[in-house]
Design a protein around this ligand. Sequence first.
Ligand code: HEM
Length: 443
Amino acid sequence: MPDGCPFAELYAPEFHRDPQRVYQRIRDAYGPAAPVMIEPGVRGWLVIDYATIIAWCRDTETFSRDARRWSDWRDGLVSDDAGVLGMMEHRPNVLFADGDEHQRLRRAVTDSLGRIDSADIGAYTARAAEALIDGICQLGEADLVEEYARVLPLLVMNRVFGFDEDSGKRFITALSAMIDAVDSERANAELERVVSQVIARKRKEPGEDATSWLMEHRADLSDEEVLQHLVLIVGAGIEPTADLIGNAVRMILTDHDFRDGITEGRMDIEDALEHVLWHDPPMIGYPVMYPVSDVALPNGSVMPAGSPVLLGYAAANQSMAGAPSEEEAAGTANRAHLSFGVGPHRCPAQDLAMMIASTALKALLRRLPGMRLAADAADLEWRTSPFSRSLTRLPVSFPPQTPTQEEAPWKESSLPPDSGPGESAFPARATLSDLLSMLRRRR
Ligand code: HEM
């Protein structure tokens, strides 16, 4: 390791204010991968180079996803109450599996997601977006993170996985705490409690939903595996999709060339989202891999076996995104960014994610013309998760509009509210519609 080079602190607000500056410093000082602090007392490495991420993600002999190889954790050097454990500790799910086991679990996931009726989910997403905008459009102002970007994917995931409103709301509250690495033990317990209740209900009464399909898949997942897959997939479906919507709206409101490209019809929404995935992707340091043997780096330093290696997609994309490619010059998107991952674990739900995000943006731009940022761009704040790029709030103002009176599609759910055993450890037990009304009443 070069002398005197500080570890980057991935939890520091300064890092989140301008991660690209930190990446550049790392690149200059170390090259493709550098030692970092993931949270105080938790050491790891961040890989920031495009070709290196591709090579390492494909090299399943040298790099494992199995977090039980994490040497500091095995040696008792990671405190039991470390905030990042919720995201980093091994779970019996596809993200932490290697080889044949990964293939078995991945088949169950892709087959279940493959059974989703995309026309139905597309129509549901569009109606849910309209209904959410109805809830804010007369007010002339909104926080688009809390009142739109995070709610829409949650509603869609509730529909896909057959969750009721209350379970969905409790799920996202706990998931946010876990991603922010706050009280992760309690958040994890709450996540598992919510999902166990959904599973118990589906055992009695299977439905046409991805939870039931996962449970009945021929890969024969154990109850614990079903639980851990639901925690993973529903979480993976909500948080990064919400961040993609939030980051895209922010870019539209702060980058005039980008906004003009969309409003003047030079770039369609799907291509605009690819641009956001290149330049401001939702996941900036996740998942995590573990070298099974020491890895020598070009600068002569050695990354020891069992080190957690965070996949720095945002940094890698940026190093490749300098010059406009032929596709970009021609107005179409270059999709070679790494923001959905690469190799055997690449995201299996890219189409679903893109459908939700593009539906969200199209509805917003059509329904709220004249929307502006209601804060200084420099004052926007980011959550300090080492794993994701996520705005805390996105305050906007717009000329008030008339609601379309779209019937909220989540009201039609035939599922009874979850009233099973196991009280929530989190105080916020309001249903999503209660939550939305409460947000509106606060004005
Ligand atoms: C914009 C939204 C999304 C982004 C940016 C995203 C990104 C990613 C990334 C970077 C990975 C890890 C790839 C790797 O380890 O190499 C991943 C894996 C995964 N994603 Fe997504 N994702 C998104 C939406 C979704 C949605 C909507 C779902 C499901 C409903 C989903 C389900 C999964 C699953 C199950 C995995 C683990 C796959 C495996 O380990 O084999 N993701 N995603």
